[in-house]
Design a protein around this ligand. Structure first.
Ligand code: NAP
Length: 271
C-alpha cells in the first residue's frame, strides 16, 4: 500500500486528490487545521488519517513532520495544497506574515523534513500545487514579511514565486531521489472564500462559471503520483510545460531563497 501525505487534504483540490488516491487503494495522511473537515475525510475510509496542524505555525508544522516520521517510515508522495487568502496582514505568534508562513514556509519544511521518508520509497514524488508559469509577483528580498506594504494579491504572488524557487532549490541541493513537480492548476472551482470581503467573494463566485472543474485540475497530480516524471524537476502550467530556463525558476535566486529561509528557521529555532 502506498502512503501519500497531502497538506490541505481536507478540502478543495487536496481533498479531491485524497479521494482519488483512496479509490486507488493508497493510505492517505491529510493535514489540515479544521477538525470537522478532518472528521469528514476520516469517515471516507479506514485508510485516511487526519493530522491536525495549523501550518502557519513553524512549531506545529515541525510537530506534524515528527509525527509522520514516527508513524510512517516510508512516504511515496507528498502533495502540497494548503493555502488561504489573507485580505489583511496578519502576523503569527512566531512573528511571520501568515501567507508567507502557510503558503511557502510550511511547504519548505514538509519538503525537506520528509526527505528520508520519501527516499525510502521506490519512486518518490513531491507535487507543489501553486502558480508556476505566472510571472507576476516578486520576492521582496529586503522585506519578506511585507511589513512596509501589504496586499493580499502581492502576498499570494510572492509566496507563489517562492514556491517556484523552492522546487528549483530542492532539486539542485537536497540530494533527494524525490522528483519535484511544480504545478499550476489554473482557475479552479475550489477554494475557501470565507476570509474574503463579501464583494470579492461575489465576484469570484460569479467568475467561477468559467473555472476548471476540480476533477480536471487534479488529474495530473493523481497521475504524477502513479508515475513520477523522470527529471528531478518538472514545471507544468495547466498541462503545458514551463521551461526550466524561465526567469521565475532562476537557480541563483533559488539558492539565495534557500539560504535566507534556512537562516530564518535557525533564528526561529534559537528564539
Ligand atoms: N482554486 C484556484 O482557482 C487555484 C488557482 C491557482 C492555484 N491554486 C492553488 O491550489 C492550491 C489548492 O487550492 P484550493 O482551491 O483547493 O484550496 P481550498 O479549497 O481553499 O483548500 C485549502 C486547504 O488548505 C488547508 N489549510 C488552509 N489553511 C490552513 C492552515 N492554517 N493549516 C493547515 N491547513 C490549512 C484547508 O484545510 P482547513 O480548512 O482544515 O485548514 C484546506 O484543506 C492552493 O495552493 C492554491 O493557491 C488554486
Amino acid at each position: 500500500m502506498r502512503v501519500i501525505v497531502i497538506s490541505g487534504g481536507t478540502d478543495g483540490m487536496g481533498r479531491a486528490t485524497l479521494e482519488a488516491r483512496i479509490r486507488r487503494g493508497d493510505e492517505v495522511v491529510a493535514i489540515g487545521s479544521n477538525p470537522a473537515k478532518g472528521r469528514a475525510v476520516r469517515a471516507l475510509s479506514g485508510r485516511v488519517h487526519f493530522l491536525r496542524a495549523d501550518l502557519r505555525s513553524v512549531a506545529q508544522t515541525r510537530r506534524v513532520i515528527d509525527t509522520i516520521r514516527g508513524r510512517w517510515p516510508r512516504v511515496d508522495a507528498l502533495a502540497l495544497f494548503a493555502n488561504r487568502q489573507s485580505p489583511r496582514r496578519v502576523v503569527t505568534d512566531e512573528g511571520l506574515e501568515q501567507t508567507f508562513a502557510l503558503y511557502y514556509l510550511s511547504r519548505y519544511l514538509l519538503s525537506h523534513g520528509l526527505r528520508d521518508q520519501l527516499d525510502a520509497a521506490e519512486r518518490p514524488v513531491i507535487v507543489n500545487v501553486a502558480g508556476v508559469g505566472t510571472t507576476r509577483g516578486s520576492i521582496h528580498w529586503d522585506d519578506l514579511q511585507l511589513t512596509r506594504k501589504y496586499g493580499m494579491v502581492d502576498a499570494q504572488l510572492q509566496a507563489g514565486r517562492a514556491n517556484d524557487l523552492l522546487g528549483v532549490d530542492f532539486a539542485q541541493r537536497s540530494g533527494s531521489r524525490a522528483r519535484y513537480v511544480l504545478y499550476h492548476p489554473g482557475f479552479t472551482r475550489s477554494g475557501d472564500l470565507s476570509t474574503m470581503p463579501p464583494v470579492v467573494r461575489g465576484v469570484i463566485r460569479a467568475a467561477s462559471v468559467v473555472a476548471r472543474p476540480v476533477e480536471k485540475s487534479i488529474r495530473p497530480v493523481v497521475e504524477w503520483i502513479d508515475d513520477p516524471p523522470a527529471d528531478a524537476l518538472t514545471a507544468s502550467d495547466r498541462g503545458r510545460p514551463v521551461p526550466l530556463s524561465a526567469t521565475t525558476l532562476d537557480p541563483a535566486a533559488a539558492r539565495r531563497l534557500g539560504t535566507v529561509t534556512d537562516a530564518l528557521l535557525t533564528r526561529l529555532h534559537a528564539g
